[in-house]
Design a binder for this molecule. Structure first.
Ligand SMILES: Nc1ncnc2c1ncn2[C@@H]1O[C@H](COP(=O)(O)OP(=O)(O)OP(=O)(O)O)[C@@H](O)[C@H]1O
Ligand SMILES: [Mg+2]
Length: 242
């Protein structure tokens, strides 16, 4: 579903090398946690899949397609296949919960007669049907984050990318968010979650990819009993420790 082939990413303005020679494959229907210290490259990795960034070297493939080749409309079409959740919910402040969701449907050209059913389903999934007329500032942080999830799940995208979706939440709310992501996974979605939270990792046994200074240093699947398996690209450049 998602493949990184020896991807390096350097931010042009600062020259920061955020990812270095990352090779990684995420299969359809997988659930993957991406972990690593602040600055390790987690958000950068997700941004490459969302095609907000293009690799400096190497290639990112999505459903077999090199994302670099996408033009104009194709980028919008690509993003429609992805439900993206950010740490800060990024809801529109001057719209109610319901209007925030309707806005997405309008932008995506979904026929108006389908809106009520879609919005109701999305809010039911996150347990917030009763908040549809609230404005974002009238929600708790956890509720706002669940609305952001409802928005990401609105079109049942095959892939969900969540960047620290529980960063500002207490453990109980964090686990609620995880439950929503688990449910989407169980409906068949491919889910990638960047997180610092050990609690999340413990709450759902899934594959864990660890980044350190822009490189994959660990890639473990559940049942591998803590064995360390580094999956490296065929790097012969000898830049260990870079
Ligand atoms: N827009 C940008 N321009 C320049 N450098 C950036 C930009 N965004 C991130 N970086 C740098 O790239 C590196 C990786 O950042 P990234 O945001 O991917 O890390 P992260 O693992 O998501 O960290 P965190 O856990 O703090 O969210 C860091 O050194 C960061 O300073
Ligand atoms: Mg980040």
């Amino acid at each position: 579903m998602i493949a990184f082939h020896r991807v390096s990413l350097e931010y042009p303005r600062t020259g920061t090398k955020a990812l270095y020679n990352v090779s990684l494959e995420v299969k359809k229907g997988e659930f993957v946690f991406v972990v690593g210290h602040s600055g390790a490259g987690k958000s950068t990795l997700l941004a490459l899949v969302h095609r907000r960034l293009i690799p400096t070297q190497g290639a990112v493939y999505f459903a077999g397609q090199n994302l670099k080749a996408l033009r104009g409309d194709q980028v919008a079409y690509h993003r429609r296949r992805i439900g993206m959740v950010f740490q800060d919910h990024r809801l529109l402040a001057d719209m109610t919960v319901e209007e925030n969701l309707a806005f997405v449907l309008q932008v995506q050209g979904v026929p108006r007669k389908e809106w009520p059913e879609r919005i109701a389903t999305a809010l039911r999934r996150v347990g917030l049907a009763h908040k549809k007329r609230a404005f974002p500032e009238e929600l708790s942080v956890g509720e706002a984050q669940r609305v952001a999830l409802a928005r990401a799940l609105l079109l049942d995208p095959p892939v969900i990318l969540a960047d620290e979706p529980t960063g500002n939440l207490d453990p109980e709310n964090a686990l609620q968010v995880l439950d929503i992501l688990k449910a989407a996974h169980q409906r068949g979605a491919t889910v990638v979650v960047a997180t610092h939270s050990r609690e999340l990792l413990e709450a759902y046994p899934a594959r864990v990819v660890a980044l350190k200074a822009g490189q994959v240093v660990r890639d473990e699947r559940p049942g591998e009993g803590g064995s360390i398996r580094v999956r490296e690209g065929p790097d012969r450049g000898g830049k260990e420790g870079a």
